[in-house]
Design a protein around this ligand. Structure first.
Ligand code: 13P
Ligand code: SF4
Length: 324
């Protein structure tokens, strides 16, 4: 988890954006800061936000697991989720008393769209007694049908925590295959995938190695197996950021959504980032203007049916109890 500490937006963005861009966004950031103070609100930002959001207005930043923990722990009255809809829903599930806002209702996720609660009920009929592990990139209704949730940073630990020989793992087939490669537990897969990570290929990465001898390749586990086979490190978005800050490689390619490199590059100036640019169209729905409007007009409030939230909370909290 990381937090913004300096209040002056010009200082926060120094070295992150060119001066001309800072001059354009600074008034908007000041407006957002004032609204946050008036409303006792926090902005939780996923690592894929653009640098103006990530460095400019985020109070707390992190991967899906960190965002869920932060949402559970915050004392603010209002949480603005600078991320996608399932992250906002998860925040509401773990902290029902708070008002959770998402700046754009179109900020979805291809994985969340790939499975419904009815699909899980059918799978349970087909595999009676086999526990269902559900990636947090899903709707609240899907979480409510699950035994436990997981994120990319704890998926293998969560699967093994159940102590069964077999699990149903939903909905990301590639994360599921990655988990299967890391454990003896038999993993039954679903055919969901992330439209950003499925586009990378092993061949593309071999090309980076050929043209940049010594380059380090670090990848998100939503990538296909031939991509992960080329990686020097596989981890969640925060896992990847921590790896770069720890290892300080001379040259690196982060095989994930491309704002990540933009966000980290200013913090690791000695590292050269090779940047394939696969953007998540859902994450990119979130803008500074959208965050300002969200706080100003109190939109769009994310609500979860209390009965669904209660069941989903069991699966999410069970995950949060799994030791790091
Ligand atoms: P992380 O939990 O690793 O941040 O991943 C979330 C996500 O949506 C990746 O595409
Ligand atoms: Fe979903 Fe992929 Fe976008 Fe993450 S990057 S929010 S998994 S579509």
């Amino acid at each position: 988890m990381s937090t913004t500490t300096q209040v002056d937006p010009r200082k926060r963005l120094d070295g992150v954006l060119p001066d001309v861009e800072i001059a354009v966004v600074a008034p908007l950031i000041e407006e957002i800061e004032e609204l946050k103070r008036q409303r006792n609100a926090v902005v939780l930002a996923h690592n894929y936000m653009t640098p103006d959001i990530y460095h400019g207005v985020a109070d707390l930043r992190g991967d899906s697991l960190a965002l869920a923990r932060m949402a559970a722990d915050t004392s603010a009255d209002i949480i603005v989720m600078a991320g996608v809809h399932f992250m906002a829903e998860t925040a509401k599930i773990v902290n029902e008393a708070k008002t959770v806002l998402i700046p754009d209702l179109e900020a979805g996720c291809s994985l969340a769209e790939s499975i419904t609660a009815a699909d899980i009920r059918l799978l349970r009929e087909r595999y009676p007694g086999v526990p269902v592990v559900t990636y947090v990139n899903t709707s609240a209704e899907v979480k409510a049908e699950s035994d436990i949730c997981c994120t990319s940073s704890n998926a293998t630990r969560v699967v093994e925590s159940l102590g069964t020989g077999r699990v149903i793992f939903l909905p990301d087939q590639y994360l599921g295959r990655w988990v299967a490669s890391q454990t003896d537990v038999d993993v039954i897969l679903w055919e969901g995938s992330c439209i950003v990570h499925e586009r990378f290929t092993g061949e593309e990465l071999r090309g980076y190695r050929t043209h940049n001898p010594g380059i380090q390749i670090i990848a998100h586990p939503e990538c296909p197996p031939d991509v992960l086979a080329e990686a020097d490190f596989v981890g969640s978005t925060s896992g990847m950021i921590d790896w770069v800050k720890r290892e300080r490689p001379r040259q690196v390619v982060m095989v994930t959504e491309c704002s990540m490199s933009d966000n980290v590059a200013s913090e690791v100036p000695e590292t050269d980032f090779v940047r394939p640019c696969n953007l998540c169209p859902y994450m990119k729905r979130i803008t500074l203007e959208g965050i300002r409007d969200s706080l100003r007009d109190m939109k769009h409030e994310v609500l979860v049916d209390p009965a669904v939230a209660e069941r989903a909370r069991v699966a999410v909290e069970r995950m949060l109890e799994v030791k790091a």
